[in-house]
Design a protein around this ligand. Sequence first.
Ligand SMILES: [Zn+2]
Length: 404
Amino acid sequence: MLRRVPADDMYVVQTVETGKDIRLPAEVPREYAALRSGDAQHAAQWIRVVSNDAHLHHLFLSRRPDISIGFKDFRKLVPGVSDPGNNLGVVVTHDPDLPPELVEAGAPEFAGWAVRRDGVEPLPIEIEPHVVGLAQLTGKWPIEQLAANSVMVVGCGSIGSAAAEALAGYGVGRVELVDPDRFLWHNMLRHALGPESVGRFKVAAMKDHLAQHWPQQTVVAHRRDVVTEAHYIRPIVDRVDLVLCAADGIAPRRVVSHLSRRARKAAILACVLDNGSIGEVIRLRPTPRFGCLLCLRQQLADQGAMDAEADQELDYGTGRVHQPMTAVPPDLRYVGTFAAKVAIATLLESLHGDHTQQVPGEHAIIGLRPAGDLAAPFDLSQAGDVRWSSIPRPRTSCPTCSPG
Ligand SMILES: [Zn+2]
């Protein structure tokens, strides 16, 4: 028996008769909501074929659209098929004994047929595979290595929510989300979450959102402020492999830079600057070669570059009327995804020795809609351009890099 879903021109198996009067219901899991609807009780035939000819014909007909096979000829191929009368008969044939060369050529073990008196055409059939989700990439992407890794995401706004989704898509096993705020209407335009989450705390809503799409991932939600609750944040930094900070403003970014350096963890900081005209991704690695956020900003200040932290405080804004946020949603997602890519590359290279995951530097400036009017190194003039550079060595006077 089938359910028919007219809007999607789809039939879904509802019950299968496996022997005389033995009917087994096809339980459709709750998450496949579209497969659970439709009008019940459409009879269909389910026939096991003994010669391989039927499925060879199915393969041939599937590749030649607009060709059908006469009903009488089909009956010879598939003995036992019922006369559909003036209606459409849906038939599923099963050929478990296909030779490997036919399988290789694309002949299916299960074949669907639209049977009418004036001709029979192949119907495409889809069967839930044994493996769905990220596990399908096993052997092609380091699923197992990344499943053993963890990332703390500080700031679950537009960039942070995109980064968290990307980390899940790459297969990071555990993500610890840190954000004190609620998800409100003005956030919705630029966020992975939608109206169903308005009013909730961002970390809790993101946790549910990720669990729905990436059930293999563990998400821990911390409704905390990284600046005022550093005592709570420190142990999280200690237990994760990397920190990704997408929080706005001077203070949270400095705290992340400081805590991750002290914990000897790499940190990725992501933001947009100059009203969303450029993106910036900084990778901070706790080695003698590379200083911290303060060391980088001091170098940039010495060069006469813009004060990026102050720019964020002033212009990135809260999204409210008095402080409009001008960055465009996909640009923020792009920067969030980019930051996640740098995070994953850093984990794979440093923890797993994957040399295909080296990135060109520690500091990336990304052209979103650059006007070309900023001082170096922010002076990009083309959208889509990415400029990489290094960051300075630790200063001896730096309170983060060289604690006295
Ligand atoms: Zn420093």
